[in-house]
Write a protein that binds this ligand. Structure first.
Ligand code: PFF
Length: 450
């Protein structure tokens, strides 16, 4: 197949780094990491998460990028090609499907939460937070999520924006969006950390994040930490694979992956360092759940000098960070549709976006009219989150590690990665033994076998 016909290439190494970082850095870092850290007791949870990024996330990111570049296809076809090439059982190609389905499910609720962030741009702009105390800010959030109409409106807007950007293709849409955003987001977070230092609870925040108390660490918390390592690095579902497919040949996959994972981790930690001091200074609950950043950061914006502008910029950036991730959630499906179903990119975007939008209504209602509807003790949103981040992504990642470690021909991976031999050996040990056994052990722990 002529690759250039169906697949663009990133214009440079920087473009890939920005796009992969754009996919990795998103709501996962700024919205999810703080709230799940708060729900799971802080330090020990953060430590497990960091270990997972290092020992499982980075090796699997290298593996996924390598699979993408080696085949230069969408994840479903990439798995088919790799399976044939390695003479493996053809059932392996279902791994590509698992990824596409996980992408849809994640996008469905991701878009709803990104919709919240979009609504908060407007709230910041009209000065809703100005002078409000903690109770007032909580009320604003509570009233907002209680309204299905408002949530549907913002969810639709965000999904439409995702479809529009993806339709413009790799070089036009994706690259431009991330180039400006990533550095700006970084600067803004540093400024927020600066504000957190003035709250009087800065040390308490740091202690919460970095002093491990293992008595607070349940089996489910370990699974959530591991699942989050996959979620935040966009691993286990082919998003990074599809971006790898656009990566020029002469670029070092290992170095690039470490850089992306490093940037992603720094952003998450900065978000935590900015948020927890504000939580403690205002006697808020660290474990208050998905509303955490919406109930804390506006307090800072409403009470600091320049907070009006700061608030607008922050939420704009959060929305853009979410967009650069949502486009990678939908890209595997779109690439597959275009390459296999003979439809235009535009039609593929409409189909994929439309389905994810409809699914997203379940999440919208789980915060209001269906808040009592529970399956396995979880609302629809909680169930989707658990199913994707805690189960599908780790299972997908496990299979990717096993495939590249045990099944793919070693000479192919060695050639594609072109690493110094020591580095290659370390990577192989990690994907062959460490990552799969770690995921497996965590699952055993959760089902109570360990
Ligand atoms: N990594 C994104 C975040 O942290 O917000 C979410 C995500 C994007 C997950 C793409 C999975 C994915 F394939």
């Amino acid at each position: 197949m002529n690759i250039q016909k169906t697949h663009n290439e990133w214009s440079s190494r920087l473009a890939f780094i920005l796009a992969a970082t754009g996919s990795a850095v998103g709501l996962g870092n700024i919205w999810k990491f703080p709230y799940i850290t708060g729900e799971n007791g802080g330090g020990a949870f953060v430590l497990v998460y960091l270990l997972c990024v290092l020992l499982i996330g980075i090796p699997i990111m290298i593996a996924e990028t390598m699979m993408g570049r080696h085949t230069r296809q969408n994840p479903i076809d990439a798995l088919k090609t790799l399976t044939e090439e390695s003479g493996a059982d053809h059932n392996w190609h279902y791994l590509g499907w698992l990824g596409v389905v996980a992408g849809f499910l994640i996008l469905s609720y991701y878009s709803v939460i990104a919709g919240w962030a979009s609504a908060y741009v407007l709230k910041a702009f009209v000065g809703s937070f100005s002078g409000e105390d903690a109770a007032g800010i909580k009320q604003i959030f509570g009233d907002f999520v209680a309204s299905p109409i408002q949530l549907i409106f913002w969810h639709s807007l965000f999904m439409f924006a995702t479809m529009w950007i993806v339709n413009r293709g790799v070089n036009n849409g994706l690259e431009k969006a991330v180039r400006l955003l990533m550095p700006s987001l970084f600067v803004l977070l540093i400024l927020l950390v600066g504000y957190a230092m003035t709250t009087g609870s800065y040390n308490e925040g740091l202690r919460f994040l970095f002093t491990p108390d293992f008595s607070k660490l349940t089996a489910d918390a370990v699974l959530t930490a591991m699942g989050h390592a996959f979620f935040t690095l966009s691993l286990g579902m082919g998003a990074i694979m599809v971006y790898g497919a656009y990566l020029p040949n002469n670029i070092s996959i290992a170095k690039t992956s470490m850089l992306v994972a490093g940037a992603d981790t720094v952003v998450a930690l900065l978000a935590g360092i900015a948020i927890f001091p504000i939580v403690f200074a205002n006697n808020l609950q660290a474990s208050s759940g998905p509303g955490l950043i919406f109930e804390t950061l506006p307090l800072a914006f409403g009470n600091m000098t320049g907070g009006w502008l700061f608030g607008i910029l922050f939420f704009v950036m959060l929305v853009v960070a979410a967009l650069t991730s949502s486009i990678s959630l939908i890209e595997p499906a779109v690439a597959w549709l275009v390459e296999n179903r003979n439809i235009t990119r535009q039609q593929a975007c409409v189909w994929a976006g439309g389905i994810a939008w409809a699914l997203g209504l379940g999440t919208v209602f789980s915060f209001n009219v269906w808040s009592d509807v529970k399956l396995f003790d979880r609302t629809i949103f909680q169930l989707l989150d658990y199913l994707t981040a805690n189960l599908m992504l780790p299972i997908g990642g496990f299979c990717i590690a096993v495939f590249t470690g045990w099944i793919m021909h070693q000479q192919h991976s060695a050639q594609e990665l072109a690493m110094p031999s020591q580095g290659y050996k370390v990577w192989r040990v990690l994907v062959k033994y460490v990552a799969p056994s770690a995921v497996f052990l965590v699952f055993l722990h959760v089902v109570g076998v360990l």
